[in-house]
Design a protein around this ligand. Structure first.
Ligand code: ATP
Length: 282
């Protein structure tokens, strides 16, 4: 663990290098059965144009964290800063892609209309909208189906529409909650490479939640591992693989195997309730 990284905390950056800062984030759900402390204390920064993966045991609070970052859920403590400004509502320069593309696209709207809708709602002028939609569809390789309806497309293509809709908005930060979990393995590999290309081309910062350890190591430059709930950071792992990734060659590297072993072991420890802050698991 690097020296600047305290136990239970992730890597932090100087203020001018961080685009997104999570500071002492805590979330307690209040329910009839009592209070549930889902997230105890999360601190980390995302640097500009970084792709960071987030993994952890089931119920560790990954979705809770994403919702707090997206301004969809109010934290019980701590704060999220985007470009130094506290997030209190969904920020304009942030987009979210969820797993359930089937439910997130409007079936009565054509592909291009689905991508255009958030731009329309944001009051972007028509000519600009058309250009942004065309560029986004091109980025995800869907220029040939603007007039199709989502239900006429495969699952992988529908998820590409959801990605196009998110990037058409030209967000600075893209949050993705298990976006490729519902597609087949081959399509998943294609979507992983597509995401890496899109991030490089658009310079967007991505926080990507996944249950797939290999995917977390393949995709990003960091993997943040969450402890079991009440959640702190188990470890913030630097993925020191070559920047150019290839589904066959990268995954065959000895370093890739070492990293996936390490992430796997840490998740197993987290599942058993071993925590970096020494506290008992909830
Ligand atoms: N609306 C809610 N009310 C009460 N408790 C909740 C609510 N949403 C989540 N929780 C609890 O908070 C904890 C974290 O849930 P969350 O869905 O964020 O975890 P997760 O890591 O995304 O899970 P998974 O990996 O299974 O998708 C869990 O204990 C869950 O039961």
């Amino acid at each position: 663990m690097p020296p600047e990284q305290a136990a239970g905390r992730g890597r932090t950056l100087p203020a001018d290098e961080a685009i997104l800062s999570v500071r002492g984030l805590r979330k307690v759900y209040h329910s009839d059965g009592g209070d549930i402390e889902a997230v105890r204390d999360l601190t980390f920064d995302l640097g500009r144009n970084e792709l960071t993966c987030l993994v952890g045991p089931s119920g560790a609070g990954k979705t809770t964290l994403l919702k707090c970052i997206a301004g969809l859920l109010e934290p019980s403590g701590g704060e999220v800063l985007l470009d130094g400004v506290r997030v209190t509502a969904p920020p304009k320069n942030m987009a979210v892609v969820f797993q359930e593309y089937g439910r997130s696209l409007f079936p009565w709207l054509r592909v291009a209309e689905n991508v255009e809708l958030p731009l329309k709602n944001a009051g972007v002028p028509k000519a600009e909208r058309a250009a942004q939609v065309a560029e986004a569809l091109e980025s995800v390789g869907l220029s040939h189906v603007p007039r199709s309806y989502p239900w006429q497309l495969s699952g992988g293509m529908q998820q590409r529409v959801a990605i196009a809709r998110a990037i058409a908005y030209q967000p600075e930060v893209l949050l993705m909650d298990e976006p490729f979990a519902a597609v087949d393995a081959q399509t998943r590999a294609d979507l992983e490479d597509l995401l890496r290309r899109v991030r490089e081309r658009l310079g967007v910062t991505v926080l990507f939640v996944t249950h797939d350890i290999d995917e977390s190591v393949y995709l990003g430059s960091r993997v943040i591992i969450l402890s079991s709930s009440p959640t702190v950071i188990q470890e913030d792992v630097v993925v020191d693989l070559p920047e150019q990734r290839d589904q066959l060659e990268t995954r065959a590297l000895p370093r890739f195997t070492e990293l996936r072993h390490h992430v796997y072991e840490q998740i197993q420890l987290a599942k058993r309730g071993v925590r970096p802050d020494g506290a008992a698991a909830g």
